[in-house]
Design a binder for this molecule. Sequence first.
Ligand code: ZN
Length: 837
Amino acid sequence: MSFHNSSSSDLQPRAPRKRKRSSAERGLASDHDLANLARTYLEVQHRLWPVPVTQGVLSAMTDDVIQQMVAHYKECHQSQRLDVTTAMDRSNGLQLKLAAAYARYSCDNSSPTSIVDQMVNCLHKAHAEGRFIPWEFIFTDYSVSGLDSGRRGYLNCKELINAPEKPIDTVYIDDFTRASRDSLEWWKLGWFCKRRCLRMIGASDGFDLSSPNWDIFITIYGLLSRLFIRSLQEKVGRGMKGAARRRTCLGKPPMGFTRKLMRDVDGNPIVRPSGRPQFTWSIDPVSREFVEQLFELFVDRRMSAYAIAKQFNQQKIDGTDTWSESTIKNMLWNPAYIGVFIWNRTRREFDFDKEKYVTVQNPRKEWIVTHEPSQAIIPLAKWRAARKLLAQTKRKPGLRQPVSRNQQRATTLFSGTLVCADCGRELLLYRSAQQYKNMYCVNGRSGVYGCKLCTSKSTRVIEDCLLGFLRDTVLTEQSIDELVARANEHLKSLASRPKVNVTPLRSRIASLQKKIDSFVQRVENLKESEEGLREGYERRIIQQQTEVDELKKQLRETEQTNAPVPPKLSKKTLRSYLPELRAILNQEIPVAAEAIRRLTGPIAIRQEAIPGKKRGARWIASFSPDLLAILRHVTQEKDCPDSVTLEYLCGGNWITPAAVSVPVESVPKYEQLAPKFRELHDKGASIQTIAAAHGLCWDQVKMILRFAATGERPSWPKKKKSPNRSDKNREKFMSHSDEVVSRRSNGESFAKIALELGIGETTVRRAWDHANPCCARKAMENGVTPVRGAYRHLKPEQIREVHSCLTEGKLSIPEIAARTGVSQSTIRRERLRLTQG
Ligand SMILES: [Zn+2]
């Protein structure tokens, strides 16, 4: 509760997420600091070594030179490369021994300038001992904790100590506690120098590795630095514990939270002893949406952490594209989102075995847990659901993974559902490119464990076949009716069972229980002299207790069968769920995949060769669709009487879902067309007519018909760059199509058109068919030659005269012929035309 208006300005904007520094950049100072270091180096060396300056070993102090030095230093630091030759070449003229200096600044002491002081001390000490330190042999680590042994400057220094040319004979360090606070590192560095017969000198504390007691010194320094760290840790730990209890800020708040200024009861900001204001964590209105989105994607839409990370990176959520799967998982685990804040859960500790720092969990009693329901972003139920999902995917050590990743969050509709019938392995994506996803058995490819499933199938084909089957055969009114009929019959038979009287059972149990009680009483009241009887009593008690347990089990079972049977299923209501069931298949992939798995159970896949085909195989999917289970799932969330009955029915094993086999294959178009073409052809349709009606070529239809007759699969010509004959023909008749149609409608004969256009008569017919596909289709269906317009050599007035004579019906054909001057056969043809309409 707050007594003041905590204005929104108390909320601090969230700090932008920073990219993790690459390992190459760790310990590298800013350009400004490096320039400062280089300038001081030149200043001191110029003063100490007047001769080398005149010899050109040391450059003059200009901005360009300093820039160069900084660039060179950075390059060496980042690439972890030593430039020994330059340093040696340049100092060759000097008859001086060379040395190296190592300086370190860590956040727990002093300012970055102290690194300059350290270097100056080393330069002076080296000068006093007559040794020259070239710029290339100055190594520094900025702002890196001494506990981190992976630092670059330190590693480069070690490299130089190990260099085969042996360019140096001494390493200078300002103060021995600076090199490393970790005794293990101490021994390593000392040992390195010893093995290479190098000196190691502490510029300020006068430590000398070559002194006889060097190892004792190292032990003592190690001890001292350890004590120093311990006291520092305790001090910091105490302060932080207090801060955690006061709910002031510790560290960076997770996404969804931000820092908020703390105020006292009078509304004044609370300040720390240092004068800076104190902050606490509070919900950040901006990023809380991201948290809600995260949980929605994971729990409701069943997206995987990996997919969420990908999406977050694409959308630059929270202004960053550094999301990874583990970040997402950590966020989902975080109890802060239900308002539970835990501090001091883990600590960092050096693992001497692995030689690195590891995170260790503290005992629970050391945790500081605060619960603030007002700071919850996610409802408890949703957060729990997320945890449950996370826990399911977690691999348990030493156990086979109980649920596969695909069963958790499918990537395709049938991921996690398809199983190899040969070896029992889950089928996986073989190729997962957007358009050409393929599934296969890992073992089948090389035939491991005798697996024979060596082919892969496109997910498109799998989905088409299996979903088609589910839609057309399983999710139908007919199958629901069948299920309801069987279920109701079963319920009827259950209801008609006679009730068993349980009273004798109950009284038997009660009398036995009484006996046991009396035995127990007797055992308790045994006198010391009767100790021998104890064992006999106890045996009796155990015997009778087992009998009671057995009877109780019987009673439970009988009571269950005596329980009233739930109402019958209603055909009508269950049918009304059908659209909903079908809609399930169209949901988002992970959710739909789960529903499909519930409906089908695991689908076993085996393959069988396709006759007449060398490559590829047909897949046969065998499974037992369980309509009852999916109906129960759909009705579960609804308040309907059927849901109770379905729940009741699911408990028993009265029904075993019938197993079905579904072929999974993409049937080629020619195979689909073959039976139809054959039938048409048998009915009398010509090849050309069928081809025209289907927009195919003559030779294509010919090959399909041959396949239908003999089973010989067509070998389609491979696509060539130059068009083949049939393509040329096609082009030819298509280009003449319009011309032919217009000439034909004027009554010209095909022979005449062919002659005039300079093409074959067949091509002319094809051209006409191409323009009139309906006519060809009609003819094909009736098994006749299409009527391709009419050719008449008669003039229009002659036709009219002949027709009028024919319709009058008074004159015979020879008489009409005599009157009109048209041949008798022509008149007969015209009569046929009239009668046929
Ligand atoms: Zn297999």
